[in-house]
Design a protein around this ligand. Structure first.
Ligand SMILES: O=P(O)(O)OC[C@H]1O[C@H](OP(=O)(O)OP(=O)(O)O)[C@H](O)[C@@H]1O
Ligand SMILES: Nc1nc2[nH]cnc2c(=O)[nH]1
Length: 170
């Protein structure tokens, strides 16, 4: 398989800055603190870059879930760690690197809703439109078709996560 560049480093960083501004504008009249949840492992770089560019207070926490084997979803979500703090009455923003089948996000949202946040919003760096996953994403960076992406946190069998750009395998 060959690795090709889809979005170079500058394009990714500019997109994240733009998303951070959108997020800031949305929240600034609602709350003084956003509670952002990073979905590990893939979202680590997007999450870090995003929160560094949001010019208001952001508290955060992490969930670690996984479901992929190679390029395919197993459909089974494995939870490796979860948020420990209370989310009650918080303005929760779930930060995902990519939404594809929507299985991971559906699972996470289902549990987070039970923790009674004031509001639950979603930011995703990439939304895949292979088929309709049916979850409205509030803040989206890039929209792609049927392609398996790597880089900027995204892996293929734990490789390529630390590429500073988004690429695809062909
Ligand atoms: O919409 P879906 O089809 O569920 O796919 C999206 C999920 O797949 C990847 O996680 P993965 O299970 O590969 O774990 P990782 O983040 O640790 O790589 C990615 O980081 C998303 O969380
Ligand atoms: N690395 C990676 N993980 C995914 N999980 C769901 N879609 C993708 C993808 O395109 N790349």
């Amino acid at each position: 398989m060959q690795l090709k560049v889809l979005y170079d480093e500058l394009t990714v960083r500019q997109k994240i800055k733009q998303m951070a501004k959108e997020i800031e504008n949305y929240y600034k009249d609602k709350t003084d603190t956003i509670y952002a949840i990073c979905v590990l492992k893939g979202s680590i770089h997007f999450f870090s870059e995003l929160v560094l560019n949001i010019n208001m207070n952001v508290d955060y926490s992490f969930v670690h879930v996984s479901s992929y084997a190679g390029t395919e979803s197993t459909g089974k979500i494995r939870v490796k760690s979860w948020v420990e703090e209370s989310l009650e009455n918080k303005y929760v923003l779930v930060v995902e690197d990519i939404v594809d089948t929507g299985n991971t996000l559906r699972y996470i949202l289902n549990y987070l809703k039970k923790q009674r946040p004031a509001e639950l919003k979603i930011a995703a760096l990439v939304e895949k439109k292979k088929y309709d996953h049916g979850i409205p994403i509030d803040f989206v960076g890039f929209t792609v078709g049927d392609v398996f992406l790597v880089g900027y946190g995204l892996d293929y069998e734990e490789k390529y996560r630390n590429l500073p750009y988004i690429g695809y395998l062909e």
